[in-house]
Structures are given as structure tokens and as C-alpha cells.
Design a protein around this ligand. Structure first.
Ligand code: FES
Length: 99
């Protein structure tokens, strides 16, 4: 890290340093069939993920994505792999313009 500050060079390719996912936390609630979802972007795809933490139901929408591409729940700070969350049958993949 010190070298990065001194030289201005990164120690890894930029795409390895930036999480590949993002949460649409500023969007209004998305309700479908009585379930609240949040928008999740992952590697260019969009998903609706139930806004309930698998642990005890915290609002994942207000968590954050860490450097390992996990969503960290704001309630008890457990981290959940984005890949595993989007693979769950309750997650909905949205069609994009390129599909
Ligand atoms: S409710 Fe999310 S970590 Fe406990």
C-alpha cells in the first residue's frame, strides 16, 4: 500500500481491486408479490434479491459490498457471497438490453 501511495501505481489490476457488484440502495423499495427486493448489479447483470438477510432478516439493501464481493449485512456484519445470493431460487435475474 505504501508503494501505491508513493508511486501512484496499483499493486493489482484495477478490476481486481474494485468489487464487481453494487447495490441500488438509493432506489425506492421494490415490492413483488408481497416480498421486498433490492436491485443488485453483478458483472453487468441485474438481479432482484430479497431484502432479507439469511441470518436474521436484516435489510441487506443497506449493507455494503466488501473487497471479496460479499454483501456485509448492516445488522450483525455477517458477509454473504454475492455469487451465492444470486444463485438462490428466490433471486430474480432481470433481462438487460443485451439479452
Ligand atoms: S441479520 Fe444480517 S447478519 Fe444478522
Amino acid at each position: 500500500m505504501q508503494d501505491e501511495k508513493r508511486t501512484g501505481r496499483l499493486s493489482a489490476p484495477l478490476d481486481e481491486l474494485i468489487p464487481q457488484s453494487w447495490i441500488g440502495r438509493d432506489l425506492p423499495p421494490i415490492i413483488r408479490d408481497g416480498v421486498e427486493y433490492f436491485l443488485l448489479g453483478h458483472k453487468g447483470d441485474l438481479f432482484l434479491v430479497p431484502n432479507r438477510c439469511p441470518h436474521r432478516g436484516g435489510s441487506l439493501k443497506f449493507g455494503y459490498i466488501n473487497a471479496r464481493d460479499e454483501i456485509v449485512c448492516p445488522m450483525h456484519h455477517n458477509a454473504f457471497s454475492v455469487s451465492r445470493l444470486i444463485a438462490r431460487p428466490t433471486t430474480l435475474k432481470l433481462k438487460t438490453a443485451t439479452q
